[in-house]
Design a binder for this molecule. Structure first.
Ligand SMILES: [Zn+2]
Length: 152
């Protein structure tokens, strides 16, 4: 499990890069069955003028394109913040095996809060979920970003 922390560190790097672009600092990484990173992305909703350009969606798109498949069985997704309902839906559709997330998101999350997408009877594939990985750093980035925006 030594890759475990390093994959979340990579996701946190993507979150920091997103913040530097003026985006909400959330980063995601998709890891293949062999433990190698196949895609990494940060939020780009402002840059792309695209409300669906969340880190998870962008990472899934890149991983699926690389795999030549709309499904990623045996792949894991690391994301710095609890996925929203849209991303949770995309994660389910992609048949991701395990989701590791950092900070919880009581306001907009859709895994442990709100729609609880993976627990819904309509959800045909629920990944294993591990929360709280690197949560303190993920939350610190988000807090700093939103405080900065208030000041500016
Ligand atoms: Zn999302």
């Amino acid at each position: 499990m030594s890759g475990f922390r390093s994959h979340m560190d990579r996701a946190l790097e993507e979150a920091r890069a997103a913040a530097s672009r003026g985006e909400v600092p959330v980063g995601a990484v998709v890891v293949g069955p062999d433990g190698r990173v196949v895609a990494a992305a940060g939020n780009r909703t402002r840059e792309l003028s695209d409300p669906t350009a969340h880190a998870e969606v962008l990472a899934l798109r890149a991983a699926c394109a690389a795999a030549g498949s709309e499904r990623l069985p045996g792949h894991d997704l690391y994301v710095t913040l609890e996925p929203c309902p849209m991303c949770a839906g995309a994660i389910s559709f992609a048949r991701i095996a395990r989701v590791y997330y950092g900070a919880e998101d009581p306001k907009s999350g859709g895994v442990a809060h709100g729609a609880r997408v993976f627990s819904h009877s309509q959800c045909h594939h629920a990944p294993e979920v591990y929360d709280g990985i690197g949560a303190a750093e993920a939350a610190r980035l988000l807090k700093g970003f939103f405080e900065g925006r208030r000041d500016g």
